[in-house]
Design a protein around this ligand. Sequence first.
Ligand code: MG
Ligand code: MG
Length: 625
Amino acid sequence: MRTGIATVSISGNLSEKIAAIAAAGFTGIEIFEQDFIADPSPPREVGARVRDAGLEILLFQPFRDFEGLPEPLRAKAFDRAERKFDVMGELGCDTVLVCSSTHPAALGGIDRAAADFAELGERAAARGIIVGFEALAWGRHVNDHRDAWEVVRRADHPNIGLILDSFHTLSRGIAPDTIRRIPGDKIAFVQLADAPAIDMDLLYWSRHFRNMPGEGDLDVTAFMRAVMATGYNGPVSLEIFNDLFRGGSPLTVAKDGYRSIMALMDDVRRAEPGVSVDLAPMPPRVAVAGTAFIEFASRGEEAAALETLLGTLGFDPAGRHVAKDLALWQSGPTRIVVNREQAGYAGAAYRANGTTVCDLGIAVGDAAATVVRAQQLGAEPFAQKVGPGELDIPAIRGLSGGVLHFIDATSGLGAVWDVEFRPPAPLPEPSAAGLTGVDHIAQTMSYDEMLSWSLFYTSLFQMTKAPMVDVIDPDGLVRSQALEAEGGALRITLNGAQTSRTLAGGFVATGSGASVQHVALASADIFATVDALFARGFEPLPISPNYYADLVARFDLPDGLLERMQAANILYDRDGDGEFFQIYSRAVAGGVFFEIVERRGAYAGYGAPNAPFRIAAQKRLARAR
Ligand code: MG
Ligand code: MG
């Protein structure tokens, strides 16, 4: 499959863009004219540079305001086209995008436009060029791909084809199935973009808020299914105008784009079995069974403080690694590893971030297949020298250098704890804290990394996105996006900080890249759990008495419940589906903390209304220290 991305989609100068696009795995690029004009080299050299990077120039774009003009503007438009054809010849590019006119003098009429394109087709044929016509959603007379197709059909010229752009079709609510009636060989090129559902001016929405397929709310899969059902077998290319991407890392954005195309085309192939998609087979999205372990890289006093906290949270020492400085802690089914190794990735993670979650173990049905899918989506496999007595567990690198291990039962890898760890003697009496597993893992990052992470997880795992919510920090806004696997087997909240003055932003600023800021453990009876933890010396995050005064005003609570919550510093939320109780630990070692939650009924949230009071309490405590 030929895959491309428009140079306008990523930041940097043309050379930086070309390097990033090639490194991410694309086969070609769309040259956005402005990027080309800004480059000092002659077109022939630019073309050679692209090909030297192993890429082809799939498309030259955009050529604007061509069709429907009265004379003398019409003749001038043809002259402009000839000059573009000259440049394309030197660049070594044979397809040009003409977007529907927004020129105030442009006249309507399908036949008039078709006649213009028939004549342009003649001129293009002389140069071996294909002209593709794209309906801009805000075009003056043509703003719907059905009209653009009618222009192309009536132009009836072998060098004139249609260009489809998912944003222009889907943003206007045009049914993508209308594409199915177009012959695939008349589609000259296909551009893809998603976008969040925002009600705003189409032009502004398109120029600033497009994002990668799978990152937004448009049904790009339905669009591409319809395209592929026509028999189209040309390039699949991304054209993303996004303010964050323009300022982001070129390689990160290019890799996200590659991941999104691979995941999308795999979805299309599965949903539309009749079509042929030229893509290596890949395992389907992975169903997550749960969190197998959470591993912290830590040292010295920080590690000691973390382990003390784990002890008060109901974790018991459950083993030491046969060869490495790894301590296993366990509470019910939840395993936490404290890694004090100086060497390897954990040592590097500690040096970069201080105490940090360096590895997440995810329980899946088939660990090897998970790595295969991840690699086909562009992830880096992770391997470290396997020592004596150690198992080779399939793993990949996450987006910020952290590691994800995949553990399955069928291959016997679930036995890692028995094989690699020696239990303490004597075994401690298991704590009766009643923790039933990991409820959610909260990952904190800068705001502009959120889309990358949500795409990373949702393209690899069967996870759905909850609507984004605002978390109000007294010093700024934090955006929070929850991802959830079927039945809550894995819940991840992505928290994007816009300023380092927020608690989340401060955490990001002191580490490098996204990392886990808190882990929430589930309890079936938070009051019983909290009693057990207090007996072990657990110190909760103290919550303001005013919070409880306000709770009484907001909710009708049964007798005694408020007093019990206030005595224990338990926070409360309720929605139409159920109730939520939560209590926080104090932060240790660089800002990591724990939360214990109880969900009653089908409450699906994370207590976002309580976040301002939790954050204020954490900041108060940090200042007091
Ligand atoms: Mg376009
Ligand atoms: Mg939480």
